[in-house]
Write a protein that binds this ligand. Structure first.
Ligand SMILES: *Cc1c(COP(=O)(O)O)cnc(C)c1O
Length: 495
């Protein structure tokens, strides 16, 4: 299968090349030329399979220049029991008869980003081999908190790779920051940016498209790529867990094969929910895709009106990984819904750059309405939901998952839809101890990692081992830059 750019369909490249590049030179996102269909028989075969087998089978449909055996090897490494604290990898927890929760935070950094970022380094290393690449790839990451750590964990000491992470100085939780600045590995670098996530992301995009930086780095034996969800190698491993969740529900008798299921996804950059869209498009019986936002509700408005308008205040919330006003992956959705019309997508993206705003065609609006439902949840609602899940359902969930749980109920109340719904839990509550403690009615006794013990003794839920170990770790990095200084940081890192 070939890949092309959402802004230029004349580009036709293999998956390995797309994963290596990360982002197309024209600023577009690399996207498969067609979406493969899966049959009910295909799904039936996956029902008794392990997560690793499911991953290999699903990814092989898209990565035709990789063999299924090769992909199975990668899946075995990525989702190894050493790294994931449950053999199920991405378990589905039943909340009640028609509500389930897909827990995606059992990996090494306790956020769903591990699901893809344990896989991407292997796909990328293989891509370097397959394309005969001799230069070292430098992964540039802008993170709203979880991607940075998960990417460093995945790429740490992987040969022929370097990784530099930028995070917003006051935009991540204390534990997220500590996870990043204590990262081990000879090839990693971390730097905070004075600004918010969008500043960090714009800075990284600017460096990507800067011809003179590229040339300088090339002369030094480096080229740049991305581990953000603009890289196709991030999206594809995420398609797997929607299919896997469906198979689990069928296996456990919670669903009959062929019955529809809704997914409700806490959304930031639109990567996670886009993967659910691809799963639906492939033929997985999915009803509504419910897009949950926090107070940064640009997507809620977009799904309701067809107008994307980033000209609004940016809010720093207790669900920082969703504090985003420019959702990059929406571009892939627009590309698909426009009938793969690259000129139309280019137009929208130009307007977004110039005016911070665009309105999609009536044809796209109609499809958005059919496929999606958008809702948002404020800080109060987030805390209340954590509290009620804990008290009424004996289920401790994090701030991002709570946004999803709340929006799912809003959707049900507004539409009366009784379809079985899976909401996606994207982080361990232990990454956000401070807010979670307050939400369950406790007063945090101290700060940062110290709160892990408190939350554990209050809730009786075991904290992830790797988070507990943070306490003894030394800080390795304390670099900070203005957003205009990001170029210099990268050039320094790649001396
Ligand atoms: C990244 C992240 C999200 C948002 O996912 P997108 O793919 O950016 O929409 C939600 N919750 C958590 C915990 C995250 O780390």
């Amino acid at each position: 299968m070939k890949y092309y750019s959402t802004r230029d369909k004349s580009l036709h490249i293999d998956a390995a090349e797309a994963i290596k590049m990360g982002l197309s030179r024209d600023g577009g996102l690399l996207t498969p030329c067609e979406i493969p269909r899966i049959s009910e028989d295909f799904l039936k075969e996956l029902v008794p399979a392990t997560y690793q087998e499911r991953a290999a089978k699903v990814m092989a449909l898209y990565l035709t220049d990789y063999s299924e055996a090769e992909l199975k090897g990668f899946a075995d490494n990525a989702y190894d029991p050493d790294k994931f604290d449950t053999a199920a990898v991405a378990p589905v927890r039943t909340v009640n008869e028609n509500t389930h929760c897909l827990e995606l935070w059992h990996g090494p950094t306790s956020a769903f980003k591990d699901m893809a970022l344990q896989m991407l380094p292997q796909l990328l290393s293989a891509a370097l081999r397959k394309t005969g690449e001799k230069k070292t790839v430098c992964i540039l990451v802008a993170t709203s908190g979880d991607t940075g750590k998960a990417a460093m964990e995945g790429f740490s000491d992987v040969p022929q790779t370097r990784i530099m992470v930028f995070y917003p100085k006051n935009g991540v939780s204390a534990i997220q920051e500590l996870q990043m600045v204590t990262q081990e590995g000879q090839n990693v670098g971390v730097c905070s940016v004075v600004g918010n996530f969008d500043d960090a992301q714009s800075g990284v995009k600017r460096i990507f498209s800067d011809v003179s930086i590229r040339k300088t780095l090339e002369d030094r034996g480096f080229f740049l790529s991305s581990a953000n969800s603009i890289n196709w190698g991030r999206i594809l491993p995420q398609v797997v867990y929607y299919i896997s969740a469906y198979c689990d529900l069928v296996r456990d008798g919670k669903l009959t094969m062929g019955d529809p299921v809704n997914f409700c996804v806490p959304t930031g950059n639109f990567g996670d929910i886009l993967a659910a869209y691809y799963a639906k498009k492939m033929g997985l019986p999915v009803g509504k895709l419910i897009c949950a936002s926090n107070c940064n509700d640009v997507l809620t408005d977009f799904l309701r009106t067809g107008i994307y308008d980033r000209n609004r205040p940016f809010h720093t919330t207790m669900s920082p990984s969703m504090d985003i006003l420019i959702s990059s992956n929406l571009e892939r959705l627009l590309f698909d819904l426009s009938g793969q019309n690259d000129a139309e997508v280019r137009g929208y993206m130009e307007q977004l750059t110039k005016e911070g705003k665009y309105e999609v065609s009536d044809a796209i609006k109609a499809q958005l309405k059919e496929l999606f439902w958008g809702g948002c949840c404020d800080e109060n609602g987030t805390a209340t939901t954590i509290g009620s899940y804990y008290k009424d359902k004996n289920y401790l969930i994090d701030t991002h998952s709570a946004v999803a749980a709340d929006v799912m109920e809003q959707y049900r109340a507004e539409t009366g839809d009784k379809t079985v719904t899976v909401f996606v839990s994207t982080a361990s509550p232990y990454k956000f101890c401070n807010h979670v403690l307050k939400a369950v009615g406790e007063t945090p006794v101290s700060q940062g990692v110290e709160l892990i013990d408190q939350l554990q003794s209050v809730s009786g839920v075991a904290a992830p081992r790797r988070l507990k170990e943070l306490k003894g770790k030394t800080r390795r990095f304390d670099l900070c830059t203005e957003k205009t200084g990001m170029d210099g940081v990268v050039l320094d890192f790649l001396k």
